[in-house]
Every structure is written in C-alpha cells, then in structure tokens.
Design a binder for this molecule. Structure first.
Ligand code: RFL
Ligand code: PHB
Length: 390
C-alpha cells in the first residue's frame, strides 16, 4: 500500500490528525494495535480546552461535544476543611473548559473516520518503522498471519507512551526526561449523580482525591493510593469510604455512591522525549510526553501537537513550505514543557507523598495560602488550567 502519511496509533491523537488531513485531501492510514472496542473502553481524560474543541469542530467532529459536553466556568480546591473556588471565567476574561469524556471524543472521531471512508487498520501487530532518515520511509505490520508494508512520505508516531515509534529513534539522538511519583490514582466510574456541579480537587492528610463527572448521571472519582495497590485490592465499599474521609464533611454528606462501572489504577509520571522529530518520523501526544493527570493537561497537550503538525503538513503539501515541519519539535516542546510545569506543580501541591518531610508539607500549605490570597497567582492558575494558547 502507498499513502502520503502513515499514522501509528488509533487513539485521539492519531485519529484527529488523520481526520483533519483527510478533509484537506491528504491521504492517511492509521495502524492501531488493538480493536476499536478496546480503545473505547479506556476511561481517561474528562476535561477539554477550547483550543482542542475548536480543532474537533474543524475536523467535523464537534456536534455531539457541543450538545452533550458541559461548560465549566470554575473549579474548586478543598483543603484544610474549606473549599476555595477558582473562577476560571472571571480570571481569564471569559474562558472555561469543557467536560466531555475522552471515550466519547474518540468514538466521535472513529465515526467521522467511518463516514469519510478513512482507513484504520485494527489489530496491527509487530508494527516496525523503516528508513526514517530517507525520503521514502516504510512501515511494516502483521494482521493475523499476513504481513504487509506501507510506503509513505511521513510517519506519525501517535502510539502512546508504550508504543514503538519513540523507540525507533536511535538512543544517541533521543533524550528522555522523567519523574516518577511514588503514588497512583485509583479511578472509579459510577452511574450516580455527581456530588458537585464543578470539579473538586481535594488535598487531605490521607491523600489526594478528585471529584469529577461525565454527565449529570455519570460520576468519575479518584483517590491517591500507594503505587503498589491494584484495582482488585479495593472493594467499592472501601473506595467510597476512603473518598468520604478525604472530602469536606458537607460535600461528603451529599455523595451518592453506587456500584463501580470501571475501576483502575493509573501511575503518576512526568515524561518528555526530545526531539519530537527524527527524519521523516514525527511524534505526537503521549508517544512523546506524559503528565500526571492532576492538571488535566495530557490529552490537551496531545491536541496542541496535532494542531502544529496539521498546519505544518498543510504548509508542506499545499504551499511547498517546510518551515512548519522543521520547527515542529521546537514549537511543540515549548508548549509541552509549560504543561509539564503546571502538572508537576499541581501534583506536588495537592498530594501526600510517602517520603515527604514536614518542611515539604509546610510548603504545600503556603502554596495554597498564596494561591488563594493573590489574584495574580489565581490568574496564572486559571490561564494554565483553561490552556495556554497554541
Ligand atoms: P493514547 O490514547 O495512548 O493512544 C495511543 C494508541 O496507540 C496504540 N498503540 C499502537 N498501535 C500500533 N502499534 C503499536 N505498537 C502501538 N502501541 C500502542 C494504542 O493501542 C492506543 O490506541 O495516546 P494519544 O492518542 O496521544 O492520547 C493521549 C491521551 O490518551 C492522554 O494524554 C490522556 O488520557 C491523559 N489524561 C488526561 N488528559 C487531559 O487532557 N485531561 C484529563 O482530564 C485527563 N485525565 C488522563 C486523565 C489520563 C489518565 N490515565 C489513565 C493515564 C485521567 C487518567 C486517569
Ligand atoms: C477526569 O474527569 O477523568 C479528570 C478530570 C480532571 C483531571 C483528571 C481527570 O485533572
């Protein structure tokens, strides 16, 4: 098979780029290791920036998001028995975030790919990238016992943190920066009314907790757990009991509990790989960088990569101008590192780390005290949370 752009990974990054390029007449194929239902069963992000939402509309995938997504004009932080609110709208001159699940967004992208007859190959095993430093790279893969080859002009590595694309860049060229946190998030999805209209991030001496939602009848809650814990080691009852402990009493009193529909533990990690380009390979999204979920930046950072890459590809194919491709890594990384900083900062401020000393905990208190006593600090928080400009 011959195609202009071969995209490895059928998560949100890969699908969005494929859809955008297709609409401009640039041919793509997406190679996805898993089946569609598997991809759609991963419960992940819930908070979307307006820049990302705009890109979804440009990809003709925004209708359901605009109908069913909830606009959130503020977020709340519970600490020391009080709840403080960050007025995102007021502090940013009118901006906000959209609460719309990654599962739904990915479903919308798959349906859009179906409508246009986009090529997405599921169950692609043993994906390998070849001749990335030449003008004619190719990708090989296997489905069942059949192997196949795709000749292309560009390869996009959108295959997440555990994918093959980043590992195809020679070790002497790639630099990796990483911080692993000694805690995880246990997440529960339940068909219950959310405890609050707005997200509540809670700092507590027993550990961090987050109250989020997917709709008026679907809640998403998280609690910080030791990294060695598994979802199976937590019964629903134990989860609800621990969450109740970590929320202010008046919030906990309104908590509606119910059976978990999904329960999983996510490790907390900050990671950046540089550069994001090697020859004809361009990395995007979690393949190149990940953040702890505390600042809700992961998927949004993936979206900004796609924005830069999409425009760079358009300039190449429509205007024979390669400056966007040449600048991609530098431009994407500049924004990526800002999301890293914000996610790290929010994570450090709100979690209870097993190795923390009293001094660290006093600093956490003073971070919060400063945040809610300074309009400049609140404005900075809000500006980062709604998403820095692309
Ligand atoms: P994905 O979603 O990991 O998709 C990569 C796809 O590539 C496939 N793949 C391969 N395909 C072919 N060959 C191979 N060798 C392959 N290896 C892997 C995989 O099967 C998969 O389908 O990466 P992508 O598209 O870059 O998207 C990134 C986002 O998924 C991620 O950043 C977010 O989920 C992070 N995140 C959040 N981000 C936000 O912006 N806001 C949030 O509120 C938010 N909450 C979260 C989150 C992530 C979480 N977890 C579980 C890590 C909450 C959680 C709990
Ligand atoms: C979620 O709803 O899954 C969610 C929301 C905000 C975060 C992380 C996850 O910071």
């Amino acid at each position: 098979m011959k195609v202009q752009v071969c995209i490895v990974g059928g998560g949100p990054s890969g699908l969005l780029l494929s859809q955008l390029l297709h609409l401009r007449g640039i041919e793509t194929v997406v190679l996805e290791k898993h089946g569609r239902e598997h991809v759609l069963s991963r419960i992940r992000a819930g908070v979307i920036e307006h820049g990302f939402a705009k890109l979804m509309r440009e990809a003709q995938c925004g209708d359901r998001m605009d109908r069913e997504g909830e606009i959130h004009e503020g977020v709340q932080i519970a600490h020391d028995g009080v709840i403080d609110r960050v007025d995102l709208k007021g502090l940013t001159g009118g901006s906000s975030v959209i609460v719309y699940g990654q599962t739904e967004l990915t479903r919308d992208l798959y349906e859009a790919r179906d409508r246009l007859g986009g090529k997405v190959i599921h169950g692609a095993a043993d994906v390998a990238l070849h001749d990335l430093e030449s003008a004619r790279p190719h990708v090989t893969y296997r489905v069942g016992d059949k192997t196949a080859r795709i000749d292309c002009e560009y390869v996009i590595g959108a295959d997440g943190f555990h994918g093959v694309s980043r590992k195809s860049i020679p070790a002497g060229i790639l630099r990796e920066y990483e911080r692993v946190y000694p805690v995880g998030w246990l997440g529960v999805l339940s068909r219950t009314a959310p405890v609050s209209d707005e997200l509540i991030y809670a700092k507590h001496e027993r550990g961090f907790a987050l109250c989020s939602l997917r709709s008026r009848v679907l809640s998403r809650y998280y609690i910080q757990v030791p990294i060695s814990d598994t979802a199976e080691s937590w019964s629903d009852e134990a989860f609800w009991s621990e969450l109740t402990h970590r929320l202010p009493a008046d919030v906990a009193a309104g908590l509606v509990t119910g059976p978990s529909i999904e329960k999983s533990v996510a490790p907390l990690r900050s990671f950046v790989a540089e550069p994001m380009r090697h020859g004809r390979l361009f990395l995007a999204g979690d393949a190149a960088h990940i953040v702890p979920p505390t600042g809700a930046r992961g998927l949004n950072s993936a979206a900004s990569d796609i924005y830069y890459l999409y425009h760079a590809m358009l300039d190449h194919y429509e205007n024979h101008d390669d400056r966007g491709l040449d600048d991609y890594s530098k431009k994407a990384l500049a924004r990526v590192w800002k999301a890293q900083r914000f996610s790290w900062w929010m994570t450090m401020m709100l979690h209870r780390f097993p190795d923390s000393i009293e001094y660290d905990r006093k600093l956490q208190d003073s971070e919060l005290a400063y945040l809610f006593s300074s309009e400049a600090a609140l404005r900075s928080f809000a500006e980062n949370y709604v998403g820095l400009p692309f």
